[in-house]
Structures are given as C-alpha cells and as structure tokens.
Design a binder for this molecule. Sequence first.
Ligand code: NAD
Ligand code: DAU
Length: 343
Amino acid sequence: MYKNIIVTGGAGFIGSNFVHYVVNNHPGVHVTVLDKLTYAGNKANLAGLPEDRVKLVVGDICDVDLVDSLVKDADAIVHYAAESHNDNSLLDPTPFIQTNIVGTSVLINAARKYDVRFHHISTDEVYGDLPLREDLPGHGEGPGEKFTPESPYRPSSPYSSSKASSDLLVRAWVRSFGLQATISNCSNNYGPYQHIEKFIPRQITNILSGIRPKLYGTGKNVRDWIHTNDHSRAVWQILTKGKIGETYLIGADGEKNNKDVLELILQMMGQPADAYDQVKDRPGHDLRYAIDATKLRTELGWKPEFTDFETGLQHTIDWYTEHRDWWEAEKAAVEAKYARQGQ
Ligand code: NAD
Ligand code: DAU
C-alpha cells in the first residue's frame, strides 16, 4: 500500500526495531530513516539491512528545508524521533521542547503540504498515572482503572508534557487542516537496541559489568511492559488499516512493579534477589501505567505475540550479553551521569 515511507528516529530503539520489522515482513516498501543521531541514535542499529531498501539521512526533524525535500517524495511518515528519557527531561527540558514539539510541527506542516499519510508515535505517559491496583475498587480491572483513548491528558514530566503537546498538535492539524493522521500511545517497550540509560538494559548491563543494579525508591511503581516487536506490528496495522483521526492505545497486559522486574532479572542472571541498591527516587515519579488495548484488538485484530514476559526478557538478556560491543564503550559515562544525580 505504501511504497516509500519515512521513519523519523529510525536509528533509535523502537524506530530501528520498526525498520527491521518492515524490511523483514513487507517486501516492496522502501524506508528512508531521518535521524539526527543524538546520543540515543546509533547507525549500528541499522547494520546489515539491505541498502536498496533502507536509506539513512542524518538530519534534524526541525530542519524545514530538509524535511520538505524528503516528504515531497514520500507516501507516509512514521514519526518516532524524540527526546525520550524522563530523567534527562528533569535535568534539561530544552531539547524536549525543541525536538518533540517544534520538530513534530515541522513534520506535520510538510505532511499537510504534500498530503502525505502521517502516523504519530506517542506514549501512555500523556495520561499521567493511575493508583496501584490494590488501592482500586476493581483491582485494576474496573472502569477507569486503565488508560483508554478517552482518558484525560494529565502529563507529569517535561518529557510527557512535550509528548502530550505534540499529540494535541497532530489532533488539531487533523481537525483544522484535514491531515491524514493517526496517533498511537504505547506503554513501556523492552527488547534489543534499547539505550542503556533505560531501566531494563541499565540493570542487565550493570550485572554484566559487576555494578549493583539501582532501584528508584521502593520499586512499587508499575510499568506495563510490551516487547518492541509487538509494538512494531501494532504500528503497521494502524498505519495501513487505522481510521484517520483516531487514537489507538498499544499495550500487552504486562503490568509489573519495578522491584519484581529487577528481582526477576537478578534471578535469571544467577544473582541473589537482593543484590541491588535502592537509590534516590525520581522527582514526580509516575506510580502506575496500564493500557486498555481493546480498541486495537477488536477494530484492527492485533494481539501480542510475546505473551510471556520471562521469555521476552530472556531474549533481551541474551542480546545484551552477546552484544557487549554495542553498549560497553558508553557504560562508564552513563553510570557517572547517574551517580552525579544520586541514582
Ligand atoms: P530513543 O531515544 O531510543 O530514540 C530516539 C531517536 O530519535 C534517536 O535515534 C535519536 O537520534 C532521534 N532523534 C532525537 N532527536 C531528533 C531530531 N531532532 N531529529 C531527528 N532525529 C532525532 O527513543 P525510543 O525509546 O526509541 O522512543 C521512540 C519514540 O517512541 C519516541 O517518540 C517515544 O516518545 C515513543 N515511545 C517510547 C516508548 C518506550 O518505552 N521507549 C514507549 C512509548 C512511546
Ligand atoms: O510508558 C512509556 C514510556 O516508557 C516512554 O514514553 C519513555 O520514552 C520510556 O523511556 C519509558 O519511560 P519510563 O520513565 O517508564 O522508563 P525508564 O526505563 O526510565 O524507567 C522505568 C521505571 O524504572 C520507572 O518507574 C523508573 C524506574 N527506574 C529507572 C531507572 C533508569 C529505576 O528504578 N532504576 C533505574 O535505574
């Protein structure tokens, strides 16, 4: 259906997994990756992909002329590029405003100008957080006890508020200018190519480096984990079958608290379950995320393939164990930055 797609942020974690997914599953589609290669972008994430199917353009989504020159020849844009780490947004929100808000506005202006299909990748964090299951009358399954597309926007951090702003821009461009766009808000991804600043890869690579894992606060905070391959399949469904103007929530019923995830990683890597440090909590730390993906499942027929978290986690541990050259050079600097924050 779409022959030439632009994937912004395609050298980052989720974007590169999506590019691999498209190349492996949808012959005949050419992907142009537009990526600034910030600290989070890595050319190596696209290594081995055929040159006649994937072209990397190193550049900024805020560059109006560059974006215009690429969008005029495309028939769809899948927009992943963002500053993505909450902790960084607490240290300096400026690049989050620039890339996540201004960058998105540049892309949707170009998509409008050339009438190009646009899919906006967003996060469940735009909805703020939820009480823990044990504090809810329906124990997390009752009405309003998970995020739905109707949940009010209530972002907590500079990162999530910048993503919320970008969602609202896309919605306004759909309504006012007829932009051919959809939005998806996904929960926490895990899998290969995730930057080692993030929770799961940080703990795996800590253990592989002989550093004690670090848990923020008590670790009661709940994240709703989804394997990044399941996210990619959902995005393709929405891009090709989703209804213009609609928002789809993506999640795989993977709620777990951070302490349980960390103890599982330790156990799977042959360490004592208490071999970690509790460190300073994140300011404004969201308590619980949980996705109700009924709309995606019923309207578009999507369902996750990674239904067993332990299996997906084992693949992820194996990947970081086998790809030390992908992360090892950065490890000391990432940990030094956390240490300066008391984390
Ligand atoms: P990431 O930080 O791993 O990758 C972001 C990519 O964007 C990098 O390759 C980076 O170089 C690129 N980039 C940053 N600024 C840019 C700019 N100005 N111009 C061009 N490229 C730029 O992020 P990720 O975890 O892969 O997240 C990708 C998207 O998915 C983001 O929009 C994020 O909000 C969203 N998301 C992430 C998760 C998650 O769990 N990681 C969950 C839901 C939604
Ligand atoms: O929910 C989707 C979001 O998931 C995405 O929009 C973000 O881009 C992505 O980074 C992720 O945000 P989180 O803040 O949930 O992810 P992070 O990996 O930073 O942290 C996950 C949880 O683990 C969170 O509760 C904080 C905690 N944590 C994190 C780190 C880095 C720790 O306990 N220790 C750590 O060392």
